[in-house]
Structures are given as C-alpha cells and as structure tokens.
Design a protein around this ligand. Structure first.
Ligand SMILES: [Ca+2]
Ligand SMILES: [Ca+2]
Ligand SMILES: [Ca+2]
Ligand SMILES: [Ca+2]
Length: 351
C-alpha cells in the first residue's frame, strides 16, 4: 500500500533487470515461469536447490511459499513537487519458526539479497529496502545455542553480506528497551526486519517499532490476543529531499590579478531535474573589493549530477597580511535541503 499523492509506481520495461522479461537475479536455480512477467509490482521465486540443508524441514519445494513482492516507486521529494527519486521495496514473509526450516530460510535471505543486488547493479542511485516478517532474529541473536549443530545459523547472513544494513541495529542503539516486534511465551524478540542499502541508510531520520500488538499478547491459556495482529509494524522515516553540503577551501593569494577560490558543493543524491544553485560570499576578516570580489555566483545542477564547483575571485597583492577569511552561503532550488550550506575560504598570504 502506498500514498498516491507522494508515490507512484514506475512503468515496467522489458529490459529492466528485475521487473523485465529476463531478470538478472543471480541464483543457482532458474526462476519460475512468472519471473519473466514484465510487471510492477512483481513476484519472483525459484525452486529450492537440491543441495540445501533440509535437516530442520522445508515448507514446499520452492524457495518461497510466499514470493517476495518487488515494487519500483517514484517518490516525490516534497509534497506537490516534480522532483522525484527511485525507491525499490521488496516485501517479504519468510517461512516461520526461527529454529525450523533453517536451510530454506537462509535460501530466502539469499534470494532476497540477490534481488537487491540486481537492482543495485542496474540502478546505482536507487534507494532499496528489503523487509518484512523474516521470521528469524537479527544478528547477533542466533536462535541456536553454542554447541548446537546449527550454531551459528546466521540465517539472514546473505542480506548482511550483500552490504545491506538492518535498521534493527539503529533501533537497538537508539531505544534498546523498545527494540522488539513480537512476544513469544512472554519473551520479547524481533522477527521483523528492515534491511536498507547505503543510499537509503544515509537518508534515515528515525526507526521505531510501533508497539500496537506485541505489547499486549495473550496472557494465559484461553485468553485471546488483544492487539490487531501478533507482530508490530516497523516504522522508518527517511529524508525525501536531496540535501546539499559545501566544503571549506583555501587559495594562495598571488601578487596581481585574480585567482579563484573554488568551493565544492555535493548533493546527497542525483536530482531528477535541473535546479539552480547559487553562492553568496560575505566578509569575515578579508575585505571585499581589496581581498576578494563580493559577487554572487550561480550555475545549474543538471539532472543526474551529484556535485559541482562554484568560485569566488580572490585578488592578488604584495601587501604583507595575515591569512584572511571570507564565508559563503550556498542555496539551491528544487526543494533541496540545506544540510551544510555554510563554508569558509582562507586566503593564504604569500607576501
Ligand atoms: Ca601576494
Ligand atoms: Ca587584506
Ligand atoms: Ca590581500
Ligand atoms: Ca597579501
């Protein structure tokens, strides 16, 4: 489910490496027939390989009894705006029982990780989230004790191994007492996981477990559950606007004429459209007119770019001075958030 005022499904194309007719999901067995559907959203699945560990049972002959649903969204950076970015969401429900179907669940993690890797290989700027009821605990809470033949089972290892971050780590660091999503016979635990790629992790504002269910479990035999489900939703908020940062710089003054103090401006993600970017200098200890030119500079950040340079002209002289500084404020259109818009330029005196 998604908000149509902020999020739309992108059109699926036949050559898309996940949603298209020849998915590039790297897995030992070929995909099921519906893997070749050109569709958004789309389900992907494959037969279980012959050589997996079946000692703790399996749930059907395919990797998934409930195939992951992959969706490619265009997200509006801000309400009413035209600037968008790409978000891929992979919704899952792995087989149940953290200490059963262990070999199969590891394959489910492996397959979901392969989907994420296929998306990232084709779309390096994409934001990717792989989540759901994964029915096993995050690292390092292995369901098997040391000494058990299954220890360490590390069933979600392929997702970590694909370079994804489990937001449970952010949750437990932030609010450890509230880091649970399920209650089993009185024991709070986490079965629900959100894995994100580095692009999306960089946009994270906050993650929480919404305790609308697991805090109110059935209490004794015959008592019914008092929540709306047995799991708690995982709620993560991310910045949707791109943000800009500008770095300090320095330039050696010179004795005559002008030379540029170049400020490098970086953006947290490529934008989908061109936006204007302007720099306004201001004096600190350097004097406008004699040490530097108090002249704004503007340029265009083109769609797809993530950095640019803007310059302030510094004036050479033969006066013996201290090193002097001026500041710049950089702003952009397109709803770009000003994460670190202030920087300082140092004019290094050479007299
Ligand atoms: Ca000089
Ligand atoms: Ca001066
Ligand atoms: Ca000077
Ligand atoms: Ca000087």
């Amino acid at each position: 489910m998604f908000r149509p005022d902020r999020v739309t499904l992108a059109p699926a194309t036949a050559d898309d490496p996940v949603l298209g007719s020849s998915p590039a999901v790297s897995y030992p067995t070929p995909g099921l027939a519906y893997n070749t559907d050109v569709s958004n959203p789309k389900a992907l699945n494959a037969p279980l390989p012959a050589d997996i560990d079946r000692s703790t049972g399996t749930d059907g002959d395919n990797v998934f009894t409930r195939a992951p649903q992959v969706a490619h969204f265009k997200v509006a950076a801000h309400p009413g705006g035209d600037e968008t970015y790409d978000l891929w969401a992979v919704s899952n429900h792995f087989s149940s029982g953290p200490d059963t179907r262990v070999g199969q669940r590891r394959e489910q993690a492996r397959y979901a990780a392969a989907i994420a890797s296929a998306i990232e290989a084709a779309h390096p700027d994409a934001r990717v989230v792989v989540g759901g009821d994964l029915n096993v605990f995050p690292r390092p809470d292995d369901p098997f004790a040391p000494g058990d033949p299954q220890f360490p089972s590390d069933q979600l290892g392929p997702l970590y191994g694909a370079g994804l971050s489990n937001l449970w780590d952010d949750l437990v660091a932030d609010v450890p007492a509230a880091a649970y999503s399920y209650t089993f016979e009185g024991q709070a635990q986490t079965l629900d996981n959100l894995f994100v790629n580095d692009n999306l992790h960089g946009d994270l504002v906050q993650v929480r477990a919404a305790h609308i269910n697991a805090g109110w479990p059935a209490d004794f035999p015959g008592d019914g559950p008092r929540g709306t489900s047995d799991h708690d939703p995982q709620v993560a908020r991310f910045s949707s606007r791109a943000s800009l940062s500008v770095a300090d710089t320095s330039v050696t003054e010179g004795d005559k004429g002008k030379r540029n103090a170049v400020f490098h401006v970086t953006f947290s993600r490529p934008l989908s459209q061109d936006v204007p970017v302007c720099l306004v200098p201001f004096p600190v200890t350097a004097l406008p007119g004699s040490d530097f030119d108090l002249v704004p500079a503007c340029t265009t950040l083109h769609a797809g770019q993530t950095s640019l340079d803007l310059a302030v002209a510094v004036r050479g002289d033969k006066v013996k001075e201290r090193n002097e500084t001026f500041g710049v404020l950089v702003v952009a259109g397109g709803g770009v958030r000003l994460a670190d818009p202030l920087a300082f330029g140092t004019i290094v005196d050479d007299d």
